[in-house]
Every structure is written in structure tokens, then in C-alpha cells.
Design a binder for this molecule. Structure first.
Ligand code: URA
Length: 243
């Protein structure tokens, strides 16, 4: 059983909020009876009509986008800047980004209309690992990387254990390329972690999201996930292993 407003939103008719308004305005019928109660739950066998038209559940769609730098990863931007949605045109379903990448971060981002799948991919308890490559200013000491590995205190709490690997060091420019794998998505987490050891991030790219990489795509390009990939990602979140 699902809440009525969720079912209407998932059918692609309106946002969750707008669906609530449609219900409150008496424009929604369940099995021929007007329902104005927002908490009403319906099952797949109930017939839901909005303004006299029966709804059907929107197909779930899944895309992998190679987000370039300089693009907002929320679905809408008040300042009118380009968003990740602008990069996947002609999609009728109401897709949204799974988690966020900063304006200046590039790399893998999933776009879908499947809220349950998005929850599985982003809630830290499912431990879906995301690998970033950071170019940082300064050359971190081993102890500092160890600190980040164990977890450090940020203003919104302690970071979970992470994996870090120094890829290259450039003594001339006093910069380093570091691989960091985390399964949380605190706001600007990687940047704040490197700030905490005095090596601010200059460039950041999400190289992989669990089993997905940008392989075969240029920045700004996207592809559909295969059914198999979607299944693998679900199994990974639910069992911690790839089946
Ligand atoms: N961590 C960050 O600091 N920025 C991102 O975009 C993603 C993770």
C-alpha cells in the first residue's frame, strides 16, 4: 500500500506537493469515490482517477550521466543556471538526480524517477561506495590520510571510515592526486575532509558510483543503465554483495 499522493506523483502527473493539492481540492477519486484525506493508502488494484482520467504508474527509467563541471545537480535552480536535467532532454518521465554533486564536481551521477531506488543508493546504511579523485593543494602526510581513513569530526558529525590512496604527487606544483572512497553523502563532504587536513581540493571528479563508471562517455554525455545494472545495484544495497 502506498500513500495516494505518492502514487499520483509516481504516475508523472504532478510533484508530491501538487498531488496533495489535487487531493485536497477533491479532484482525485479512488474506485469512483472522491477522496480528500491526504493519508489515504491505495494498492495496485485500486483505480485512481485524477480530474476524471485514470492514472497508470510511470515506467521506471535510469540514466547514468557524466556530469561536467559548471552544472547544478538539483532538478531546478532559482538562478536559472543549467542543471543536470538540461543534459538529458526529451525524457517524459519526471527524473531527478540520485544524490548531489557540487557545481564544480564532475563525474558519475544517476538520474531516475524511482524514489525507492534513489533511497537505496544514497542512505548511508546501505553503504554504496562512491570513489572520487581529488586534486589537492599541498601534499598530505601519511598520518593525515590515516586520520581521514578512520573518520574525522566535521561540524555535522563524524565521517564514517573511508579508503584513501595517494595516486601521484607533484612536488613542483605542490599538489597531489588522491583517491577517496566513501559511502556517505554529507554536503561537500570530500572538500571538507581535505580542508580539515589543510589540503583544499582544487578539482574533484566522481570516478565511480558502486559498479558504474564514466567509461565510454565524455563529460556531458549520458546513457541508460541496463536492466542488469539496476538489478545489481539493488542487490548490492540490499545484501552488500553483487549477486
Ligand atoms: N564531496 C564533495 O565535496 N563534493 C561533491 O560534489 C561530492 C562529494
Amino acid at each position: 500500500m502506498e500513500r495516494l499522493q505518492k502514487v499520483i506523483a509516481q504516475a508523472g502527473i504532478a510533484s508530491r506537493r501538487k498531488s496533495e493539492v489535487l487531493i485536497a481540492e477533491g479532484k482525485v477519486k479512488v474506485n469512483g469515490v472522491v477522496v480528500t484525506e491526504l493519508g489515504t493508502k491505495v494498492s495496485g488494484s485500486d483505480r485512481v482517477e485524477v480530474e476524471g482520467v485514470q492514472i497508470s504508474k510511470e515506467e521506471n527509467v535510469y540514466y547514468l550521466l557524466y556530469k561536467p563541471r559548471g552544472i547544478i545537480s538539483t532538478a531546478h535552480d532559482e538562478k536559472g543556471r543549467k542543471t543536470v536535467l538540461d543534459l538529458i532532454p526529451h525524457v517524459e518521465e519526471r527524473i531527478f538526480p540520485v544524490g548531489r554533486l557540487d557545481y564544480d564536481t564532475s563525474g558519475v551521477i544517476i538520474m531516475t524517477n524511482d524514489g525507492d531506488f534513489s533511497y537505496l543508493m544514497t542512505h548511508p546504511k546501505f553503504e554504496i561506495r562512491k570513489k572520487y579523485v581529488a586534486k589537492v593543494k599541498g601534499i598530505p602526510m601519511r598520518e593525515d590520510l590515516k586520520k581521514l581513513e578512520h573518520g574525522i569530526m566535521l561540524e555535522d558529525g563524524r565521517t564514517a571510515p573511508a579508503q584513501l590512496k595517494m595516486r601521484t604527487v607533484d612536488k613542483k606544483t605542490n599538489t597531489a592526486l588522491i583517491e577517496i572512497t566513501i559511502h556517505e553523502g554529507k554536503n561537500r563532504q570530500v572538500r571538507r575532509m581535505f580542508d580539515a587536513i589543510g589540503c583544499p581540493v582544487d578539482k574533484l571528479r566522481r570516478e565511480s558510483f558502486a559498479i558504474l563508471t564514466t567509461h565510454g562517455l565524455n563529460a556531458g554525455e549520458f546513457r541508460e543503465l541496463t536492466k542488469h545494472e539496476v538489478k545489481q545495484l539493488r542487490v548490492l544495497a540490499e545484501t552488500g554483495k553483487i549477486g
